[in-house]
Design a protein around this ligand. Structure first.
Ligand code: SAH
Length: 249
């Protein structure tokens, strides 16, 4: 089979790594699992050794779909879908998302996960290591967006030689566990726009991006830069900017 670079196809071929991933997915008998980018099914077959209740496979490439059809297990449902846009919540209310993600769209899949946080209490993703590390600590709008709602844990690094073909970069696995006390934010798209704006021109002082009055009310020095703020300070600014909007109307 010819693997497609455009779909980020790097198949995981180390049984040790595959077993470690499944172990880290902490699968319980009643779990409904969604595997993103199953490819030829290497990780899928290991997942099926657990007692999971149902396994949805989200794969974009029709050629891979043909391969996946060879897996005979009544718990499997194959869906030809784009995981960057897919409505995960259409599959259930308590999902476990797992995948060796296509690295070219890894960040978009993480973003789409946050947009469906209501039905995703847990995810285990393998990404480009650099991307995984940046999600863990920031600074980036996506890291803050993610960490507003999830605890992010670094699980392990995986060297390129465990894949066919080997990618040019190292890989990193992260675990996302939804925060029980996550803030209620009504409009996630609006929160995203707010963060994108704050993190653009990262080195500029906050007073270039927000009204000084807002910063004063929040007790934040207008000369502060975004990477110096904690998530709770960012949330405070966001909530204050919303109340001020209402008052201005
Ligand atoms: N999990 C497999 C394959 C990983 S490669 C393994 O570890 O061996 C990434 C897989 O994601 C490929 O099969 C690729 O076709 C698929 N893919 C790429 N873009 C996708 C997208 N937007 N939505 C769903 N799957 C995608």
């Amino acid at each position: 089979m010819r693997l497609k670079k455009s779909y980020g196809q790097h198949l995981l071929v180390s049984s040790g790594v595959i077993e470690a991933l499944v172990k880290q997915a902490e699968i319980k008998p009643d779990n409904v699992v969604v595997e993103i980018g199953p490819g030829t099914g290497n990780l899928t077959r290991e997942l099926l050794k657990t007692h999971l209740k149902k396994l949805y496979l989200l794969e974009i490439d029709p050629q891979m779909i043909e391969e996946l059809k060879k897996i005979k297990d009544s718990r499997v449902v194959i869906l030809q879908e784009d995981a960057t846009k897919f409505d995960f919540c259409s599959l259930g209310e308590e999902l476990k998302l797992v995948g060796n993600l296509p690295y070219n769209v890894g960040s978009l899949i993480v973003e789409n996960t946050v947009f469906h946080k209501e039905c995703v209490p847990f995810a285990l993703y393998m990404l480009q290591k650099e991307v995984a590390e940046k999600l863990l600590k920031g600074p980036s709008w996506l890291s803050t967006f993610l960490r507003t709602f999830y605890h992010v844990e670094y699980v392990m690094s995986v060297p390129a030689r465990f894949f066919i073909p080997p990618p040019k970069v190292q890989s990193g696995v992260i675990k996302l566990i939804r925060k029980e006390d996550a803030p209620a934010i009504e409009d996630l798209k609006d929160y995203k726009s707010f963060l994108v704006k704050l993190y653009s021109m990262r080195r500029k002082a906050l007073k270039k991006k927000l009204r000084e009055e807002l910063l004063k009310t929040a007790g934040i020095d207008p000369l502060t830069r975004i990477e110096q703020l904690s998530i709770s300070q960012i949330l405070l600014l966001y909530n204050l900017s919303k109340t001020q909007e209402v008052e201005e109307r």
